[in-house]
Ligand binder design. Structure first.
Ligand SMILES: [Zn+2]
Length: 305
């Protein structure tokens, strides 16, 4: 597995995109199967299942993904706020953006796709089988659904990291600090709150009081190498891989499933549409994953217990 080469989050290059669209033997490749019974047979035999999830799973819970046409907060493209440079220029504005996203999550819930993944992990765990979720999502909906084996490769909206001492901590406060109460409205005409930096979220470690930032991976930043190493192990040892609700165009997740497929392991894609990687996969199930995933991961007649 060579994912370490792709530790920098960014959009797939046009060169590689072309490569993914046209694998060298594409003329001989059949479309992936959408035969649920055939998938279920593979599923019933699998001992270690890796499930890679992306924004599509959250979108079905009504979580704004800040991509494409809905990609704006106030008058900024979200990806221009999700950078270390934006935070150092205007920490108040970036904290307003993340405060808004945290508060929105209080009104959202896991959907049937999150729930069936968690239920499947628990059920298969009792049979000595493993399910591990590798997600690009930062909203913790998998965790709230009950998923335990979870690798959040882009971090979490509900974790902070101190800019001074580096301490990372879970943080579910609402609001995260008094000065952000009622702030963060997304409408384009909203004025910046311009909160003094001393009143933004601060580190609570003894004697530190450093400025906190969201513990998420921003554009141009490197992914956590421990988490990537764990993801590599999961992907190297899985005997079935599901790719759920992700466009397969954001690194490094874009490389995960094609690499699993390249070592001959079945990959099943559950997505609203084809992706640049679809033709490399054994199965493709089109539609909302909250609808397609529950029958795919339900108890199989061959399961014990
Ligand atoms: Zn600190």
């Amino acid at each position: 597995m060579i994912v370490r080469q792709f530790t920098c989050r960014g959009t797939i290059s046009s060169h590689l995109c072309a490569h993914l669209r046209k694998p060298h033997d594409s003329r001989n490749m059949a479309r992936p199967s959408s035969d649920l019974a055939a998938f279920r047979k593979v599923f019933s035999d699998a001992q270690n299942i890796a499930i890679i999830t992306g924004a599509g799973v959250s979108a079905e819970s009504g979580v704004p993904t800040f991509r494409g046409a809905g990609g704006y907060w106030r008058k900024w493209e979200a990806q221009r706020l999700a950078t270390p440079e934006a935070f150092s220029r205007n920490p108040s504005r970036v904290w307003e953006f993340y405060h808004y996203r945290r508060e929105v999550m209080l009104t959202k819930n896991p959907n049937p796709a999150h729930l069936v993944i968690a239920e499947c992990e628990e059920r298969l765990g009792k049979q000595g089988r493993t399910v591990t979720v590798i997600t690009q999502n930062i909203d913790e909906l998998h965790r709230r659904a009950g998923t335990k084996n979870l690798l959040e490769i882009h971090g979490s909206l509900f974790k902070t990291r101190c800019m001074s001492c580096g301490h990372e901590a879970a943080n579910y406060k609402s609001p995260i600090c008094a000065a952000l109460k009622g702030k963060g409205a997304p409408d384009p005409n909203t004025d910046d709150a311009n909160i003094p930096v001393q009143q933004l979220p601060r580190c609570e470690e003894t004697g530190c009081h450093g400025l906190l930032r969201p513990a998420v991976v921003w554009f141009g930043e490197t992914l956590d190498s421990d988490i990537l190493t764990q993801a590599e192990k999961v992907l190297d040892s899985c005997d079935l891989c599901l790719v759920v609700g992700t466009s397969s165009i954001v690194y490094p997740a874009a490389m995960f499933a094609p690499q699993v497929a390249a070592r001959g392991v079945p990959v099943a894609e559950f997505n609203m549409e084809d992706t640049p990687a679809t033709m490399r996969f054994k199965f493709h199930f089109q539609g909302p994953c909250g609808t397609t995933l529950p029958p795919a991961l339900a108890r199989h007649e061959n399961e014990e217990g």
